[in-house]
Structures are given as C-alpha cells and as structure tokens.
Design a protein around this ligand. Structure first.
Ligand code: SF4
Length: 205
C-alpha cells in the first residue's frame, strides 16, 4: 500500500509541484528531473525501459505479483475508487442493500456523491496526465478560461472517462481481459509465489 501511495504522490507531485517532467513534443525536447533529452537520446530511454522490464520480470519470478498488488495504477486507482464507494455507500453489505432498494432521495444522493467523486478524481488524473505534455499551470488556466486548444480538451476528457471507466466500472476485468502483463505473468511465477493484483469486489452502480 505504501508503494502505491508513493507512486500516486509521484504521479501528481511530478507535475503539480515542480513540472519535473515535461514531454515537449512540438520542440522535440524532453525534460526529466532536470535533464534535457533529445530524440537522438531515445536509445538511452529504450535501455532504461528494457532494464525496467527485466527488473519487473525478475521481481515477478522471485516475489510474485508485487507489481499488481501494490503499485499498478489500475490497482491504486481502484483502491481509491473503492474508498469513495465505501464513504458514500457503506460496506459491501450496505451497498448490496442500497442497490436493491427502490430509488429514494437518500439513494440518489449517495449515488450522485459517488459518481461525482469518481469523475473528479478522473478529471484530476486526466488533467495531470496532459500536464506531462503541456505545462500544467498554463494548461489549467487556459482550460478553465476556454483558451486551451481542442486536443487538450479531448485528451483531458478521454483520460477522465478512461479513469472513471477503468477504476469505477471495469476494475479486475482490465486484469482478466485487457492487461498484457496478466497474459504472461503466470509463466514467470514459481510455485508458491505470493499472489497479488485486484481481488473480485462487488461493484455497485
Ligand atoms: S494484471 Fe495488469 S492491470 Fe491488473 S493489476 Fe496486474 S499489471 Fe495491473
């Protein structure tokens, strides 16, 4: 859980606190924690990615699905969405009861609060992701004053809905049907490797 929280803070802090990472695509310059990279440096980036991939394989073989269980964004965001669900609708038994109950002001307000929280988290996530490609302070001001370009609105909207859909509705379905890592991780695990990843959870709509 601490690993997930650390990565969550890194994801937001990198952009909102210091713009430590900026993929400046129009000028083909990439700023990563004070260093500037050019397209010809991509071989270096490829090397880092390959080492990271082998590191992940190594960890999976010897420690099981640690990545899935503690640090995968799909897991971390799902935990946050589940927390929203708990705060607004209660524990799993209370949620099942609420889902079966006829619509009332209480049910409507609880559902509305949950989906509003989900969408707000999705929006901040999407805005932050676009902030990796466009300075976040200018982007935020332009976005809310209607001055941002159409692609910024499109991508923020896209990632807002993708976060809302993945962490709110799909959850472990992403692991079962969509994730490439899930396809081959079983062959990397030894007998007795610890399990991880998302557990099946009752999702109320
Ligand atoms: S199976 Fe894939 S999506 Fe699911 S937790 Fe693991 S890495 Fe993440």
């Amino acid at each position: 859980m601490m690993g997930g929280a650390g990565l969550f803070l890194l994801y937001f802090g990198t952009v909102w606190l210091s713009q430590a990472v900026w993929w400046n695509l129009p000028e083909r310059k990439f700023f990563i924690f004070g260093a500037t990279f050019w397209p010809q440096d991509f071989i270096l980036l490829s090397g880092i990615l390959i080492v990271s991939a082998f590191g992940l394989f190594f960890i999976t073989v010897y420690a099981g699905r640690i990545w899935c269980g503690y640090t995968c964004p799909q897991s971390v965001w799902t935990w946050i969405f589940m927390w929203c669900e708990k705060v607004t609708e209660g524990d799993p038994n209370q949620r099942i009861k609420l889902d079966k109950a006829p619509m009332s002001a209480n049910k409507f307000l609880r559902k509305l609060s949950k989906h509003t929280m989900w969408l707000l988290i999705g929006f901040v996530t999407g805005m932050t992701f676009v902030g990796y490609f466009s300075p976040i302070r200018e982007l935020t001001i332009d976005f809310f004053t209607g001055e941002a370009d159409g692609w910024s609105y499109f991508w923020v909207g896209f990632f807002t809905l993708a976060t809302y859909g993945n962490a709110g509705w799909l959850r472990e379905q992403v692991c079962i049907y969509m994730c490439p890592y899930a396809r081959f991780q079983s062959v990397m695990q030894r007998q007795g490797s610890p399990a991880g990843g998302l557990r099946l959870q009752p999702v109320s709509r």
